[in-house]
Design a protein around this ligand. Sequence first.
Ligand SMILES: CC(C)(COP(=O)(O)OP(=O)(O)OC[C@H]1O[C@@H](n2cnc3c(N)ncnc32)[C@H](O)[C@@H]1OP(=O)(O)O)[C@@H](O)C(=O)NCCC(=O)NCCS
Length: 194
Amino acid sequence: MPYQGTFYFYGKTIPADLMKIFAETERLLLRELLPTDDAGMYELDADPDVHVYLGQHPVQSLEESRKIIEFVREQYNQNGIGRWAVVEKETQTFVGWSGLKFILHTVNQHTNYYDLGYRFIKRYWGKGYATETAKATLAYGFNQLQLKEIYAMTHIANQASQQVLTKVGMQFIQAFVYEGEPMHWYKKINPALL
Ligand SMILES: CC(C)(COP(=O)(O)OP(=O)(O)OC[C@H]1O[C@@H](n2cnc3c(N)ncnc32)[C@H](O)[C@@H]1OP(=O)(O)O)[C@@H](O)C(=O)NCCC(=O)NCCS
């Protein structure tokens, strides 16, 4: 049963069917990231604990978070995909982001590929949200977008992320170095092609 609630958007409450909702799980909605997610994005990215394995550059201002949202929304237009906002259905709260990003630069000798990623506000860790959204993202990528393969990478010390990737069936391929940091590289082939 699709989500039939409402969202608060630019000062108005609007029906969910006017939003771009890309996927729905038992507890969560994955929808387009909106300018009104700015406070949530700031809470997420200002937290140094969230950035421990992400190069340790938490954002310093709400304005920075607004620019990140704009950047992701540009990717929706330019690449047809970008990370999605994750919203708890029960509370209608923004809890973080998850989804695919089309990577145009070269990482571990791969260019123009789809990367699975996720990031949640700390108080929502440990609830299975990364796993739940990663599964929905892979299903969307393989079934809707008909992608042949999806990749992911994580810092070698980021055990929570590695556990998520393993649980959703991503295969560990190799260790490599990215921007001076030791990383793990993962891949999943579209099961329909196997
Ligand atoms: C990584 C992150 C997305 C995980 O989100 P989450 O919703 O808590 O993940 P889940 O609850 O779905 O699963 C986490 C798994 O890792 C395990 N885990 C958590 N911390 C762990 C640790 N320090 N060592 C080993 N396993 C750990 C959990 O037990 C769980 O596995 P289980 O279900 O088998 O018990 C979240 O911690 C986060 O946002 N971190 C900051 C940003 C980040 O690192 N993003 C990923 C970049 S690659």
